[in-house]
Design a protein around this ligand. Structure first.
Ligand SMILES: [Zn+2]
Length: 273
């Protein structure tokens, strides 16, 4: 928070999280860079709006192109999913591309908002629109990744939240300054730590760091959840699996970890269904 109380700023370095998520999804190029942006966006929205709640970001590309999921938990663990339709190797922004942000409230209900992903502004632009439309918060957001030679050198982003009692003159100074940082690239080149990003963004403005929280890539899958998801299959399909009498191998879509489900477990599920 700047000491004049005018701006709340959140910076995130997601390099390790993004690298691990990209490796788990075996994706590369532009798709990987856009996936990185969504992961960072989910982390930033969670930290800004609801650090204690799970936040999921769903991106659906235009014209039947790829879909991404970013899934960020209160303890900083974040994972993601890339799915490209057969024969497509891209995710297209612009008309028809949608970003849906969701968070699970403590009572289990889902708070959700959808915005279009603009061709020019990309995921940063869509996140700003989402904060404005669904959260009534005027903010400047930038997410990005520094990719060199096919490798993610750094990934991160920031949200500058403009507090309501802001004087016009302060707003102008900040807007002018943030114009230099519409792309994350110069910021990530200048610093790859959250403190460094903060110092660059707020250069010359006194501020106080209020909180720091760790981030990491981690999947929430478990044998119990895998079996639970099988329980949603129709009884006829379960019966077929039981009749086959073989051990089932199921890989987690998010992290690739493989689980084995014994025929007896399947039989137990069928009896319950
Ligand atoms: Zn997993």
């Amino acid at each position: 928070m700047t000491d004049d109380g005018a701006f709340r700023v959140i910076t995130a370095c997601t390099t390790e999280t993004v690298r691990a998520a990209i490796a788990a999804q075996q994706t590369e190029g532009l798709v990987a860079a856009r996936f990185a942006d969504l992961l960072t966006g989910a982390v930033l929205v969670r930290e800004t709006m609801s650090p204690g709640l799970r936040v999921q970001a769903l991106l659906k590309g235009a014209s039947g192109s790829g879909r991404f999921v970013a899934d960020s938990y209160p303890d900083g663990a974040t994972r993601g999913l890339v799915s490209l339709p057969e024969g497509r190797e891209d995710v297209v922004f612009g008309e028809g591309a949608l970003l849906q942000m969701m968070r699970t409230l403590p009572n289990g209900a889902l708070h959700s908002g959808i915005v279009e992903v603009p061709e020019a502004g990309g995921i940063s632009g869509a996140l700003m629109q989402y904060m404005h439309d669904s959260e009534q918060i005027f903010s400047v957001i930038s997410v990005g990744a520094l990719v060199e030679g096919g490798e993610v050198k750094a990934a991160g982003g920031f949200i500058v939240q403009l507090l309501p009692e802001l004087k016009d003159e302060l707003l102008m100074v900040m807007t002018e300054r943030l114009r230099d940082f519409t792309s994350m690239e110069p910021l990530l080149r200048a610093s790859m730590t959250p403190e460094g990003l903060l110092a660059e963004l707020l250069y010359g403005m006194p501020y106080t760091t209020l909180e720091e929280r760790p981030l990491r890539f981690e999947c929430q899958c478990s044998a119990v959840r895998v079996v639970g998801s099988l329980g949603t299959l129709p009884a006829t399909e379960l019966a077929e699996l039981v009749a086959a009498g073989e051990m089932l191998h199921i890989a987690c879509d998010y992290c690739g970890k493989s689980y084995e489900v014994q025929p007896e477990t399947l039989r137990g599920l069928l009896e319950k269904s």
